[in-house]
Design a protein around this ligand. Structure first.
Ligand SMILES: [Zn+2]
Length: 387
């Protein structure tokens, strides 16, 4: 018999039973709450008279040891001795919402996953239905922030999540990245209108808005303008690196599609088949490529030298963002990159270049050694960047 310790982070509960199904990769943990009493849903008074337990509910929780984890609990029911008819109320616990099928920790995990991803990808990756993800999003829209719990904000993130057609088109997720590395979801806003984002940003108490060091945002006018209008023009705005990369990679992607179409006509079926999987190979980090993938890439570039040039340009830009450089150095290198692209005659980065022209400030801050995505954030150093 092997004994393992599993990390478990739900407060005030007693574990009654743990069932691990290794084959299916599922853990079921049956628990009992050690919290006593709850408030009457009619008069709001505290009640301590137990009135049995509800039927067992099953809540999805954060994975443990890489396995899907579920919490099983029979919520306690209490009876009010003050109200007429002695009504009963199910005990409310702080770690799950009564209408949800997951714990709050899991819901927040899903929302974090959504930043820089899509509902579809998250639903596949986490093995929960599309509608379950949408349900989580819907529950968080318009939810009030408990500002009292927060001491300082450091870096504010504003990210646009696009939803599948048929639902609302977009939601905006506002996060807070603290110096201690913790990320917190502050708000989920329906849509991505400037006015709605502004309304939320304005609701941040003065005590906390003073602690914002920078705002990391998607390069979207509504977001940037909302930020400037609420926090002033001197707020440091950082373009989200992931978003920038998506923009220039789109240029490469467009060229790939065009070139593959051309090659499909020009090459024999046998030769064309050798280029299977190039879409993924081009998307992969060049350092992670296997030897076989390198061979495919070499063949592709033999047939399409123009794609080779565009690929090099893409990687060069990625290097600029990954190198530990100052803002002025980033500006110099990005401008040099831009001139070389224009000189090369490549047109696939035209969209990205107009974005560059519009948001040069925000993009170079992002490329500078201000570690936006990093956890380590030295407040003093940040404020001194390029002063
Ligand atoms: Zn009552």
């Amino acid at each position: 018999m092997v004994e393992i310790t599993i990390p478990f982070d739900i407060p005030d509960v007693e574990i009654v039973n743990i069932e691990i199904n290794i084959e299916k990769g599922i853990i079921n943990i049956t628990i009992k709450s050690t919290v006593e009493g709850t408030r009457c849903h009619i008069c709001g008074r505290k009640m301590n008279k137990l009135h049995g337990h509800d039927r067992e509910i099953k809540l999805r929780h954060l994975s443990i040891l890489g396995m899907e984890t579920y919490i099983l609990i029979r919520p306690a029911r209490y009876q009010c001795i003050h109200c007429k008819g002695k009504p009963t109320t199910t005990q409310k616990l702080q770690w799950y919402n009564q209408r949800s099928t997951c714990t709050i920790a899991f819901e927040e995990h899903i929302l974090f996953q959504l930043v820089h991803s899509t509902v579809e990808d998250v639903s596949i990756k986490e093995n929960i239905g599309y509608d379950a993800v949408m349900g989580i999003i819907d529950r968080y829209i318009g939810k009030k922030v408990n500002w009292k719990e927060i001491n300082n904000l450091d870096i504010l993130g504003i990210d646009e999540i696009s939803l599948k057609k048929g639902h609302k088109d977009f939601v905006t997720i506002v996060t807070e990245r603290n110096g201690d590395g913790k990320i917190r979801i502050l708000a989920v806003i329906s849509g991505r209108k400037k006015e709605d984002v502004k309304k939320f940003l304005s609701s941040i108490p003065k005590r906390l808005s003073k602690t914002i060091l920078a705002v990391c945002s998607d390069l979207y006018k509504g977001y940037i303008n909302a930020t400037k209008e609420v926090f002033g023009d001197d707020m440091i705005i950082i373009a989200d690196r992931f978003h920038i990369a998506k923009l220039y990679r789109k240029g490469l992607e467009g060229l790939r599609k065009k070139e593959m179409k051309r090659l499909k006509k020009g090459l024999s079926e046998y030769e064309y088949k050798k280029l299977n999987g190039v879409m993924w190979i081009l998307r992969k980090n060049i350092n992670d490529l296997t030897e076989k993938e390198f061979e495919v890439l070499k063949l592709l570039f033999k047939y399409s030298p123009i794609l080779n040039i565009a690929y090099k340009f893409c990687n060069e830009l990625t290097n600029i963002f990954e190198d530990d450089i100052s803002k002025s150095e980033a500006k110099r290198r990005i401008n040099k990159w831009k001139n070389q692209v224009i000189k090369s005659g490549l047109t696939c980065f035209n969209n990205f270049i107009s974005t560059l022209d519009e948001w040069m400030e925000e993009i170079t801050v992002s490329a500078s050694n201000l570690r936006v995505t990093g956890i380590i954030l030295n407040r003093k150093a940040t404020l001194q960047v390029d002063k």
